[in-house]
Design a protein around this ligand. Structure first.
Ligand code: AP5
Length: 213
């Protein structure tokens, strides 16, 4: 069986960047709630009778999308995957309980960065709308001029939405990370290093913990 990996950490820690490398290297599915929700931004969820009628409205405000929507996305994706890297879920205690009922995990990776680094990375992030690849105005500028010119900023990477997302992380997601500290596959990685430095630590951690899975 392929490894079942959970990757957690604050916004901008590099979860998306590193998850793509993990998926390529280990041949597992990249299950990303943020990506799935961005692909369904306009989905009508008015039947839930909550604050907003679409996932996109929650995302632009920097708030969490309702659990009922996100749990269903993750359950369907994990059902189909033989090995995965799960990125963006669980983000609160109820989602963590739901995940317990869906699957076991071999590795729990936590990327650590400061709040200051989060803000710097996210406000400078630019996305290639054709490939979905992430770049940064300072740290990771594409060589190709055509790519450089078509880059866009994510709607939730404004300063205001970033601050809200980080507050939500501290209140709701950080306690979930604490819950995994006793898991035998738990490992913290210094996310302040270069992307290659982070990747080297992640590979070592996965190779040590997923042996025989
Ligand atoms: P989501 O898409 O999951 O966003 P996030 O958790 O806020 O994470 P980010 O994508 O911002 O950060 P990342 O760690 O992936 O960083 P990246 O690799 O891009 O969620 C978006 C929204 O969807 C949520 O706010 C919520 O509304 C909703 N949602 C999603 N999941 C949900 C759930 N479970 N429940 C409810 N709602 C949910 O890197 C960032 C930047 O830094 C890039 O520019 C990159 O080039 C650069 N970079 C990366 N690594 C390095 C490095 N080592 N050094 C220098 N620069 C680096």
């Amino acid at each position: 069986m392929e490894p079942r990996i959970l990757i957690m950490g604050p916004q901008g820690a590099g979860k998306g960047t590193q998850s793509r490398r993990i998926a390529d290297e280990y041949g597992v599915e990249h299950v990303t709630t943020g990506g799935a929700l961005r692909a369904n931004k306009q989905k009508d969820i008015s039947h839930l009778g909550l604050e907003y009628d679409t996932p996109g409205a929650y995302m632009e405000a920097g708030e969490l999308v309702p659990d009922a929507v996100v749990d269903a996305i993750v359950e369907a994706a994990l059902d189909e995957a033989d090995g995965f890297v799960l990125d963006g879920y669980p983000r609160n205690a109820d989602q963590a309980a739901a995940l317990d009922g869906m699957t076991d995990l071999d590795v729990v990776l936590v990327l650590d960065i400061s709040r200051e680094t989060s803000v710097e990375r996210l406000t400078g992030r630019r996305v290639d709308p054709e490939t979905g690849e992430n770049y940064h105005v300072e740290f990771d500028v594409p060589d190709d001029e055509v790519v450089r010119e078509r880059l866009v900023q994510r709607e939730d990477d404004t300063r205001e939405a970033v601050e809200t997302r980080l507050d939500v992380f501290e209140d709701e997601t950080a306690p979930v990370i604490d819950r995994y500290r006793d898991h035998e596959g738990y490992v913290e990685v210094d996310g302040e290093q270069s992307p290659d430095g982070v990747w080297a630590d992640i590979r070592t951690a996965i190779d040590e913990r997923a042996k025989g899975s």
